[in-house]
Design a protein around this ligand. Structure first.
Ligand code: PEP
Ligand code: MG
Length: 311
């Protein structure tokens, strides 16, 4: 029986009425791609590339980045790899960038905003990604997009780099982690191939509660109906445009979160490696219709405790 349980993690998450959810992993180091595959992940839905830039005295070269990304495409052996471009600023300090201190770092020059200020860093990363895309199925994802100008500028730069490198186009997606991106999701859906909801940041920005604040940790729950309604709105806007939505924030790896997100129509759950087997097993034991019913009721709850009590 233990052997059968172990092998089950390699089976897809097909629900009792045939609906399938992609279960992929969040990783933040080159060696984790292989671990993700061994744990049953069907690819990588979020590569946090910050690991290449932190704890060192200068930025990584294009070649070093290419080597890291190619190691991952090789380990994934044809499974998809979504590479998120650099997401520093906020709480992640990088001494060699000499970033000025900010009053409100989470509302400051973070993620894509920093990349626009440092096109040298951004372009070398994009060059490495496009070169790595010649070694396996890579998609690009931009973090902290808050305006349409952000996504248009990021795409324009990516296209310039792609032509320089001579690579084929790849799917470009964006993180949904800022309320303005949710409210404008119908417009954003015209710009990208997919959305991935970053519920860690979306919860922080929707509830105005610092994601790392110890006194607010219990209240800052990604299953709060305010966050779930935002995700619902995002899925509606994406599906009207024929685009798919994933979730890569922490609630996707929480079995209760996985059930509700599935019911909201989220197609891909990107979760920590140790959660893969349990989330797949949980979904296999349910019908899509049942999760849709739970999700509908969750949207009508008044707080996160009520949502959690549904399951
Ligand atoms: C998120 O914000 O939910 C997310 C997945 O990105 P990060 O945790 O790296 O900010
Ligand atoms: Mg985030």
């Amino acid at each position: 029986i233990r052997e059968a349980e172990k092998l089950a993690c390699y089976q897809p998450a097909i629900m009792s009425d045939g609906h399938r959810v992609e279960v992929v992993a969040n990783i933040g180091a080159a060696a984790e791609a292989e671990q993700a595959v061994n744990a049953g992940a069907e690819g990588v839905g979020l590569l946090r590339t910050e690991f290449l830039f932190l704890n060192r005295s200068q930025p990584p070269s294009e070649e070093e980045q290419l080597a890291a990304y190619s190691e991952m495409t090789q380990a994934l052996n044809g499974l998809p790899l979504i590479i998120r471009t650099l997401d520093i600023g906020g709480d992640k300090a990088v001494p060699y960038l000499n970033l000025p201190a900010e009053e409100n770092p989470f509302l400051g020059v973070r993620g894509i905003r920093l990349c626009f200020q440092r096109p040298d860093l951004f372009k070398s990363q994009l060059r490495a990604i496009y070169r790595a895309s010649q070694t396996g199925p890579v998609k690009i994802m931009f973090p902290m997009i808050s305006t349409l100008e952000d996504i248009r500028s990021a795409k324009k730069l990516a296209e310039e780099v792609r032509l320089e490198v001579g690579a084929d186009p790849v799917d470009i997606g964006m993180m949904i982690e800022v309320p303005s991106a949710v409210m404008m999701a119908d417009e954003f859906a015209k710009e990208v191939a997919f959305f991935s909801v970053g519920t860690n940041d979306l919860t922080q920005y929707v509830l105005a509660m610092d994601r790392g604040h110890p006194a607010l940790a219990k209240q800052a729950d990604g299953l709060h109906p305010a966050v779930l309604r935002m995700i619902h709105q995002t899925v509606q806007a994406a599906s009207a445009a024929g685009k798919w939505v994933g979730v890569c924030g922490g609630i996707a790896g929480d079995p209760k979160g996985a059930v509700i997100l599935t019911g909201l129509g989220v197609a891909e759950l990107s979760i920590s490696i140790p959660s893969v087997a349990a989330v797949k097993a949980k979904l296999r034991g349910l019908s899509f219709a049942k999760t849709q019913d739970i999700a509908k009721r969750a949207l009508k709850c008044r707080n996160a405790q009520e949502v959690r009590a549904l399951l």
